[in-house]
Design a protein around this ligand. Structure first.
Ligand code: APR
Ligand code: PHB
Length: 390
């Protein structure tokens, strides 16, 4: 089989890229290791920057988001028993974010791709990129026990942090930057009314907490936990008690509790691979970088990556100059590092670091106090939260 672009992975990066390229008349195939149900069963963050919303509209898949998504024009920070609002809209000249689950974005992009009849192969085993340092790259995979080969002009690794593409790059041609945090997030999904109209990020001496939502009747909450902690150690009651302890009293009283429908622990990591272009193979999304979830940049970074990648691939297919593909890496990394900085910074001012004592807690409270009372500092937070331009 021959396709212009072979995309590996059908997370948001792969699906968005497929949609952008097909819209420009570029022929793509998406190869996904898992089943469609498995991909749609993963629960991930759900805050879309303006650029991500516009991209979903631009590829013709934004209708359900516009109907069911919740526009948020602010969020709250709590610390030292107090609650402060960050007015995103006022601080950014009218910009907002959209609360709409990543799972829903994935579903809408899959439905759009199905409707257009473009190729997507689920349960593709042993997907392997070949010869991307030559003018004739190709990808092999097995489907239902039969070996397949896709010849292409460009391979794009949208296969997440544990994918095969980054691992296929020759040793020495990639540099990895990494920071692993000494805690995780215990997340709970429950069909209860959210405690507040907007998201609440809480700094507390017992550790970070986050009140988020998926809809007006479905809440998503997180509390910082030890890395060694196990989900089995946390009954629903223990979770709700711990969440309430980390919120100011009035807010804690307002928490609606109920049985959890999902409970999981995720570690936090910052990671960037450089470069993101290897001859005729590009890495996009989690395949090239990871941010800790504080600030919800993961999906949005995948979106800006594939925007740059789609432009680079279009240029390359027009004039055959591999410089465009190289340029993708330089352009994307500039924005990636800014989002890495922001996610690292939000993580460091909101979490309890086990090795640091009360001094650090006081410094965090001072920084948060400065942040909410200085218009310039609030504006900087807001500008990053709604998403830097691309
Ligand atoms: N072959 C084919 N597909 C693969 C392989 C492989 N060897 N390895 C991984 N995949 C698939 C995974 O099953 C997954 O569906 O690649 C996809 C990668 O999707 P995501 O992990 O969602 O990554 P990405 O599309 O970059 O989206 C980034 O998702 O993980 C969150 O926090 C992250 O919000 C961010 C966003
Ligand atoms: C979520 O709703 O899952 C979420 C929201 C905001 C974040 C992280 C996760 O910063």
């Amino acid at each position: 089989m021959r396709k212009q672009v072979a995309i590996i992975g059908s997370g948001p990066a792969g699906l968005f890229l497929g949609a952008l390229l097909e819209k420009s008349g570029i022929d793509t195939i998406i190869l996904e290791r898992r089943s469609q149900d498995y991909v749609l069963g993963r629960i991930r963050a759900g805050v879309l920057e303006q650029g991500t919303m516009e991209m979903l509209d631009a590829v013709g898949c934004g209708a359900r988001m516009r109907e069911e998504g919740l526009i948020h024009d602010g969020f709250d920070l709590t610390f030292d028993g107090r609650r402060h609002r960050i007015d995103l809209s006022e601080l950014t000249g009218g910009k907002t974010v959209m609360v709409y689950g990543q799972t829903e974005v994935t579903r809408d992009l899959m439905d759009g791709r199905d409707a257009a009849g473009h190729a997507i192969v689920y349960e593709a085993e042993n997907v392997t990129p070949h010869d991307f340092d030559s003018a004739r790259p190709y990808v092999t995979y097995d489907k239902d026990g039969v070996s397949q080969r896709v010849d292409c002009d460009v391979i794009v690794g949208c296969d997440g942090f544990h994918g095969v593409c980054r691992k296929s790059v020759p040793e020495g041609s990639i540099t990895e930057f990494e920071k692993v945090y000494p805690f995780g997030w215990l997340g709970v999904l429950a069909d209860v009314k959210p405690v507040a109209d907007e998201l609440v990020y809480a700094n507390h001496s017992r550790g970070f907490a986050l009140c988020s939502m998926r809809s007006l009747t479905r809440s998503r909450y997180y509390v910082q936990c030890d890395l060694s902690d196990k989900v089995e150690n946390w009954s629903d009651d223990a979770f709700w008690d711990e969440l309430r302890r980390r919120l100011p009293p009035k807010l804690a009283e307002a928490v609606n509790t109920g049985p959890s429908i999902e409970k999981s622990i995720a570690p936090l990591r910052s990671f960037v691979a450089e470069p993101l272009t290897f001859g005729r193979m590009l890495l996009c999304g989690d395949a090239g970088h990871i941010v800790p979830p504080t600030g919800a940049k993961g999906l949005n970074l995948a979106a800006s990556d594939v925007f740059y990648a789609s432009e680079a691939i279009r240029d390359f297919l027009d004039d055959g100059n591999e410089k465009s593909l190289k340029h993708y890496s330089t352009r994307a990394l500039k924005r990636i590092w800014k989002a890495e900085r922001f996610s690292w910074w939000m993580t460091s001012i909101l979490h309890r670091f086990p090795a640091d004592g009360d001094f650090n807690q006081k410094i965090q409270e001072a920084e948060l106090d400065y942040l909410v009372h200085s218009k310039n500092a609030s504006a900087s937070l807001a500008e990053n939260y709604v998403g830097l331009p691309y």
